[in-house]
Design a protein. Structure first.
Lengths: 168, 256
């Protein structure tokens, strides 16, 4: 399924090219499904402007994603491309699409629960295990191998696992 | 309202002190990389360091858009007296109890600062504050759980945490040293001011310290930890800057 995530219906070809760009740290996950592409515009001179928003302000993958986006659009035939990272639209984990949540699960990461801003230890220590589905789990630490991941342990299947953190 | 020249200077001063606090404490946190008492804590302090450096970069970027130097230049090319950070963030990491207590006191203040600033009339700052407060939430969660755990652990852990609080609390008051533009920030709806933040902070840390069986030390002399916002620093800052910029200074024009 190709989700364009563009309510305007404009520039479907550009969105299609963007959809093929994956998060370098989570290869099955498209950056469009991750929810970090916040605007696509083509100006009068034909320059394609793409806005990205960071999942975490200290994310080292940001610069890489900017260049991956530019490369993908060049390959799709767009010569002039300007990619900027801006905080205009603040990312939160509810912006990950249904396909994105499935991609996380496929990658072995527990997807973040939809939230209404309440993110506390009780929510995090109740993360379903991505391996066996049990909720009998515990969070070991809110900090994992990347800024967006926390580390958990499943008491049902005795496996350690990682979760993509809910972020408000 | 339209910003006057004073408002712009006030915004810059606010951005500099926030960014410098994040950069310096980020650097201090990173000193735990490879040395944490357990692997999870090693990762936690390294992750928080990464968040703080990222936040510092975003704030320096806003300053750059207001006409200041490039973020890297501003971060790496200034001397201690040009920094606006508070003394709390400059102190060496010490024992783990001190680093943990500093992290608790500082990040509790940051969380409240970002919440206030997410309503700021200065939109670029409001935008990043909305992002930062979701990030720092995890820092606060981490700090609260360890402060409570060790405060109520055993006799030694309790005594160490109380001693760390006694040492860090007077320094933490320096976070709220009034800047030269408090009134201008308030009247333009940019920021409600350090005194307001300090009061919110005191109310926020009390229940956690109570649950941790720790006692706030008697009213400390604020003046002890002040001066940082005006370029007067502890003897620890310049050596930290020298170390942080050692590689950069070998060849400032190098392409990485």
């Amino acid at each position: 399924m190709v989700s364009t995530r563009d309510s305007t219906g404009l520039h479907p070809e550009i969105w299609k090219a963007l959809y093929a760009v994956k998060d370098p740290e989570i290869p099955p996950l498209s950056i469009v499904d991750l929810g970090i592409v916040t605007a696509v515009q083509v100006d009068e001179a034909g320059v394609v402007h793409v806005n990205l928003t960071p999942t975490f302000s200290g994310c080292p993958a940001l610069k890489i994603m900017e260049s991956l986006v530019a490369e993908a659009l060049h390959e799709a035939g767009y010569k002039d491309v300007q990619v900027v990272t801006t905080f205009e639209v603040a990312w939160n984990s509810n912006m990950i699409s249904e396909a994105g949540l499935q991609a996380l699960l496929k990658h072995g990461l527990a997807p973040p629960p939809k939230h209404d801003g309440y993110i506390e230890l009780d929510v995090l220590s109740d993360t379903p295990c991505p391996l066996c589905g049990s909720r009998n789990t515990t969070m070991q630490t809110p900090f994992g191998p990347t800024l967006c991941r926390s580390m958990h342990y499943c008491k049902a299947c005795s496996n350690a696992f990682e979760a993509f953190k809910p972020v408000s | 309202m339209e910003y006057t020249e004073v408002h712009v200077m006030a915004v810059k001063e606010l951005l500099y002190k926030m960014a410098d606090d994040q950069l310096i404490l980020g650097h201090r946190n990173s000193e735990w990389t490879g040395l944490g008492p357990v692997l999870e804590e090693d990762i936690a302090f390294s992750s928080m360091a990464q968040d703080k450096i990222g936040q510092a970069h975003a704030l320096y970027q806003i300053l750059h858009e207001l006409g200041e130097g490039e973020p890297d230049t501003v971060a790496f090319m200034r001397n201690a007296e040009q920094f606006h950070c508070c003394h709390l963030v400059e102190i060496p990491i010490g024992e783990y109890d001190f680093s943990l207590m500093r992290h608790f006191l500082f990040d509790r203040a940051e969380q409240l600062r970002f919440e206030l600033l997410s309503q700021s009339s200065f939109e670029p700052l409001a935008q990043v504050a909305r992002k930062f407060k979701g990030e720092v939430k995890y820092h606060v969660m981490h700090a609260d759980s360890w402060v409570k755990l060790l405060g109520t652990g055993n006799e030694e852990s309790h005594a160490r945490m109380q001693e760390a609080l006694n040492q860090a609390f007077p320094l933490a008051l320096g976070i709220f040293e009034a800047g030269p533009y408090e009134e201008a920030l308030k009247e333009a709806g940019i920021f409600e001011g350090e005194l307001h933040l300090r009061n919110l902070w005191l109310e926020a840390i009390k229940p956690v310290l109570h649950a941790a069986h720790l006692t706030l030390p008697a009213a400390a002399n604020d003046a002890l930890a002040s001066g940082g916002r005006y370029g007067k620093h502890t003897a620890y800052l310049q050596p930290l800057l020298d170390e942080m910029t050692e590689v950069f200074r070998i060849d400032p024009a190098a392409e990485w």
